[in-house]
Write a protein that binds this ligand. Structure first.
Ligand code: FAD
Ligand code: NAD
Length: 473
């Protein structure tokens, strides 16, 4: 006989663990199974995000930012030193400790909220029964509701075989123990730029191959062009319209054959990072007769409420449609828990913030200018450069600008795009304003502390109606 729960969650990434905690908080008897093994071979909750994604990549970005600033920024403050050194194993060790602290924290939160956690692989059978396979045994549990939160895995490409020593995937790219002299990166997407920046800052010669002819196609193109110039200045050698055909390990090096306009080039690297996107993980998740349908892209098919094709079986996070972002998955988890208990859950994809944690960071919410033009929306633009912001000048951090897009007639905020070292934190006030259906004038009427970087957002909002104080309108 299967043990019975109100909710069984498969996957303990930011979608699954948040869903499990919220379900338990709402009084539901909750079970959560995950099969991820940490570096010590033991269960590590938190999924891709905490173990091999958001958190470890930000830890490395932070360490290398300090190193980069020592070498390139501090002199202007009058701070000098003889010889900045980087000890990569110490840097990686710091990252590993942060990961362990956070994943251990999820285990404690599960205990505190009385979520029953299991280590193993979960497979949905029919009638909401989930089969759990561990190294020792196989057993079943049954949920009145089942939440599928199995996340995503890196996409692989033909003729490029990952060994995570020379040719690295997302996880391998976070665990390099010495600075590679030459690093190749396939994909100028979020991971390629973030991890490419990590190693570039430590002195690697980084070459990025990008198949598309547009740099960061999902970004507002004005911002993407500015960011591209900054990355070039930093030494990231980005080749657009360049398709990698193959990579081969020869004498401890990686030989990459790429093609641009029909012309083939061979380049040799010490390491190659493959960052060409991720796909929904459904391996071993669904029995043939469980009834859950997949889309033609291999994602779990769900409606706008995260319902799958089977009653009381839900799908959330990277495994379903929508942006592959930790906070999107978490919000879906919270929304599903609310729906299960008869409440209302709502995730507005239009107000999900996006951030690329390079330096400068690129952060945005809502629509780009390109999207508004394509949709035929009449809009107004307000902008403000950080070069005219007192705090940015005091910080010697003047690269970038804020751009705010508002409806030409109603003034409703339609989008915001920020390029700056602290763009991620600055964006959030616009996210709040958009969530409350605010307009540019609302942002322009709120008192902003002085001197703060947030005054650039304030001034950009004023510039929407050409009333900025500290720039010519
Ligand atoms: P996951 O985090 O992938 O978790 C799914 C879990 O389910 C995993 O632990 C997996 O082992 C487990 N699982 C799968 N199948 C089964 C099964 N059958 N049985 C048991 N367990 C199973 N997003 C951001 O928002 N901000 C960032 O800064 C950011 N940085 C990133 C950096 C990198 C290098 C990478 C790779 C990703 C990054 N992401 C970032 C994306 C983010 O990690 C994902 O969007 C997020 O982890 C998705 O959450 P999830 O819970 O849906 O899936
Ligand atoms: P991505 O989709 O951001 O970028 C992949 C890039 O690889 C694309 O630009 C694509 O055109 C290119 N590409 C694909 N095949 C290629 C080939 N053969 N040769 C050259 N270029 C090729 O994917 P990613 O960077 O792997 O990230 C995966 C997901 O993880 C993203 O969807 C993102 O949402 C998430 N993520 C988010 C963050 C963040 O929020 N800061 C950080 C890292 C990852």
């Amino acid at each position: 006989m299967s043990k019975e729960y109100d909710v069984v969650v498969i996957g303990a990434g930011p979608a699954g663990y948040v869903a499990a905690i919220r379900c338990a908080q709402l009084g539901l008897k909750t079970f959560c199974v995950d099969r991820f093994k940490g570096k010590d071979g033991k269960q590590a909750l938190g999924g891709t995000c905490l173990n091999i994604g958001c958190i470890p990549s930000k830890a490395l970005l932070d360490s290398t930012k300090h190193y980069h600033h020592m070498n390139h920024e501090y002199a202007s403050h009058g701070i000098s030193f003889d010889d900045a050194k980087i000890d990569v194993p110490t840097m990686i060790g710091r990252k590993d400790r942060i990961v362990k602290q956070l994943t251990g924290g999820i285990a404690q939160l599960f205990k505190a909220n009385k979520v029953e956690a299991a280590f193993g692989s979960g497979k949905l059978l029919k009638d909401n029964v989930v089969e759990i396979t561990t190294e020792e045994e196989t057993y079943t549990v049954k949920g009145k509701h089942v939440i599928l939160a199995s996340g995503s895995v890196p996409i692989s490409i033909p003729n490029v075989e990952i060994d995570n020593e020379h040719i690295l995937d997302n996880a391998g790219g976070l665990d390099v123990n010495a600075v590679p002299e030459k690093l190749g990166v396939i994909g100028a997407g979020v991971i390629g730029l973030e991890l490419g920046s990590v190693w570039n800052r430590l002195g690697s010669e980084v070459t990025v191959f990008e198949a598309m002819d547009t740099f960061l196609g999902a970004c507002d193109q004005g911002m993407a062009k500015m960011a591209h110039r900054e990355f070039k200045k930093q030494g990231l050698d980005i080749h657009l319209s360049t398709f990698v055909k193959s990579a081969e390990i020869k004498d401890g090096k990686v030989e990459v054959v790429s093609e641009k306009n029909g012309e083939k080039t061979t380049t040799v690297f010490d390491k190659l990072l493959v960052a060409v996107g991720r796909r929904a993980e459904t391996e071993g998740l669904l029995s043939d007769d469980c009834g859950v349908k997949l889309t033609d892209r291999g994602q779990i098919e769900v409606d706008d409420q995260c319902r799958t094709s089977v009653p009381n079986v839900w799908g959330i996070g990277d495994a379903v449609r929508g942006p592959m972002l930790a906070h999107k998955g978490s919000e879906e988890g919270v929304a599903v828990a609310a729906r299960i208990t008869g409440g209302h859950g709502h995730v507005d994809f239009n107000t999900i913030p996006w951030v690329i944690y390079t330096e400068p960071e690129i952060a945005w919410v809502g629509k780009t200018e390109e999207q508004l033009k394509e949709a035929g929306v009449d809009y107004k633009v307000g902008s403000f450069p950080f070069a005219a912001n007192g705090r940015a000048l005091a910080m010697n951090s003047t690269t970038g600008m804020v751009k705010i897009l508002a409806d030409a007639e109603t003034d409703e905020l339609l989008g915001a795009h920020i390029l700056h070292a602290h763009a991620s934190d600055l964006l959030q006030e616009v996210v709040v304003a958009m969530e409350f259906k605010g307009c540019a004038e609302d942002l322009a009427s709120i008192v902003h502390g002085h001197p703060t970087l947030s005054e650039a957002v304030f001034e950009a909002a004023m510039n929407v109606d050409k009333k900025a104080i500290h720039r010519a309108n």
